[in-house]
Design a protein. Structure first.
Length: 171
């Protein structure tokens, strides 16, 4: 979530700068990429039912990372395609993870597990949404994307370490 928030916080600044020089009114339309999440969330849920949560979670994170990688390109259309993929991957991963948390917790702890998930979700958005701004201003867009990719790797690694044999993951 932190990488997701950071991308939406700072991509507009990147796109109004050179080589893109997009007008601000065009940059405000970036949030239309959220529509890819309305497609990817239910698709991820259906795929998780068919193939298991674990592989779909990892695949969604991989799609997110692939989209982030495309955002390094100096071509507007490639950056926008990357944003759509990044967003779709994020919403797919979030749909799987948020649905998995309560069913994998003991019945008496399901509400607490969901609360902890969302605490981490929003804490990550706050902390990394801010920290990546520091990366952008001090090191530039390419390093911003590199750190975003590192966050994707950290998420996939945490999932691999903690969830490989979790209930209903079918890994």
């Amino acid at each position: 979530m932190g990488a997701f928030v950071a991308v939406y916080n700072y991509l507009g600044f990147h796109l109004v700068d050179r080589p893109f020089s997009l007008p601000v009114w065009v940059v405000t339309l970036l949030f239309l990429a959220y529509l890819s999440g309305t497609v990817s969330s239910p698709c991820a849920g259906a795929l998780a039912t068919r193939h298991g949560r674990y592989p779909v979670l990892l695949a969604s994170i991989a799609v997110m990372a692939g989209g982030a990688t495309l955002m390094i390109a100096p071509l507007t259309v490639v950056v926008l395609a990357g944003l759509v993929l990044f967003t779709a991957g994020f919403f797919g991963a979030h749909a799987v993870a948020s649905g998995w948390v309560p069913v994998s917790a003991p019945p008496a702890s399901r509400a607490q597990a969901s609360s902890l998930y969302y605490f981490g979700y929003y804490a990550g958005s706050s902390v990394f949404g801010w920290l990546l701004g520091l990366v952008l201003t001090s090191a530039g867009w390419t390093w911003f994307v590199v750190v975003t990719l590192l966050l994707c790797v950290a998420s996939a690694s945490a999932a691999a370490a903690a969830l490989h044999s979790a209930p209903n993951g079918r890994a």
